[in-house]
Design a protein around this ligand. Structure first.
Ligand code: GAR
Length: 206
């Protein structure tokens, strides 16, 4: 099976992007990171891409006349990398519908909550404020709604009495990296099957 071309979208630190890249280099994932699209010129992930020797495209919303023009530019840039898979890895924007329609069932996202709870920004803060005792992360296919789309895998972590947004975020992030790598591994092995809201291929009985 030929290697999948993986395009990463990121806005910030890029630790999830790093985990995915590392998994392509060490052979866990049958794929290659072919590019990074980033919406912040000063994002740390750009330094990572440079270190990997992977091209990056920076597109900032403020440089465009409006959201539609930005979304068009994002789509053009994405298409130029000819990706088999797009991984949103700390990409803090809602993807344009044009992108979602151009890459059906080919865009994955990681969200730092057990969806469908705590969609949107500051999911870990939402969890602390809600007083839940279990939090976690979700890898899912991207749909047209906010943090919706068929769920691929989830990992739960405990919430302790003295947790803050920061301590909980750290605990979740530690689980995000292996969870995202497992989902990308399964995708790149053509193992995932989507039927409606349901994704199978990763959570069979052992
Ligand atoms: C991660 O916790 C990721 O789940 C979250 O941002 C962080 C990025 O970290 N994403 C979202 O909240 C998306 N709504 P990273 O840049 O180190 O991968």
């Amino acid at each position: 099976m030929s290697k999948k071309r993986i395009l990463i979208f990121a806005s910030g630190c890029g630790s999830n992007a790093e985990a995915i890249h590392e998994a392509t280099v060490n052979g866990t994932v049958n794929g290659t990171v072919v590019g990074v699209i980033c919406d912040h010129a000063d994002a740390q992930v750009l330094g990572r891409a440079a270190r990997w020797g992977v091209p990056a495209t920076v597109l900032e919303l403020k440089s465009f006349e409006n959201k539609d023009a930005f979304n068009e530019a994002i789509l053009k840039a994405a298409e130029s990398y000819k990706p088999d898979l797009i991984c949103l890895a700390g990409y803090m924007r809602i993807c344009g519908e044009n992108l979602i329609h151009a890459f059906p069932n080919k865009i994955l996202n990681i969200h730092p909550a057990l969806l469908p709870s705590f969609r949107g920004l500051h999911a870990q803060r939402q969890a602390v404020e809600a007083g839940v005792k279990v939090a976690g992360c979700t890898v899912h296919f991207v749909g047209t709604g906010l943090d919706d789309g068929p769920i691929i895998t989830q990992v739960a972590v405990p919430v302790y009495d003295d947790d803050t947004e920061e301590t909980l975020s750290d605990r979740i992030l530690q689980q995000e990296h292996p969870a995202y790598v497992r989902a990308v591994t399964a995708f790149c092995a053509d193992q995932l099957k989507i039927e409606g809201h349901h994704v199978s291929g990763m959570h069979g009985r052992k």
